[in-house]
Design a protein around this ligand. Structure first.
Ligand SMILES: [Zn+2]
Length: 96
C-alpha cells in the first residue's frame, strides 16, 4: 500500500518536470492555435501546451477564445484577430 503511494508521488513529480505553468502556456497559446488551424500539427509540435490545456480550465478558456477569433479571421469575418487580442488584454479600459 505504502509502496504504491510512493510510486504515485514519484510519478507525479516526474510529470511535473515536463509541465509548463499558466504564463508559459499563455505565451504559447496563439502559436498553438496558429499551428492547429494552419498545419493541424499543434498537438504533435507543442504537446506541453496541449497537456496543460487538458488540465487547466483558465488556459483552456483563453485557448477557446483565441481559437474562435482565429477561425473568424480565417473566414474573413474580422479585420484582425491581433487587434481583438490586444483589446482582450486590456479588460479594464474605461468606457467612453
Ligand atoms: Zn493554465
Amino acid at each position: 500500500m505504502k509502496k504504491t503511494y510512493l510510486r504515485w508521488i514519484k510519478r507525479l513529480q516526474d510529470t511535473q518536470e515536463h509541465e509548463i505553468d499558466c504564463s508559459e502556456c499563455q505565451d504559447r497559446i496563439s502559436r498553438y492555435v496558429d499551428l492547429e488551424l494552419t498545419a493541424g500539427s499543434a498537438e504533435r509540435q507543442m504537446p506541453e501546451v496541449s497537456h496543460h490545456l487538458a488540465q487547466c480550465g483558465v488556459c483552456r478558456e483563453e485557448y477557446l477564445v483565441l481559437h474562435d477569433l482565429a477561425r473568424l479571421e480565417i473566414d474573413g469575418r474580422l479585420p484582425s484577430a491581433g487587434e481583438l487580442r490586444a483589446r482582450l488584454a486590456r479588460p479594464d479600459e474605461p468606457e467612453e
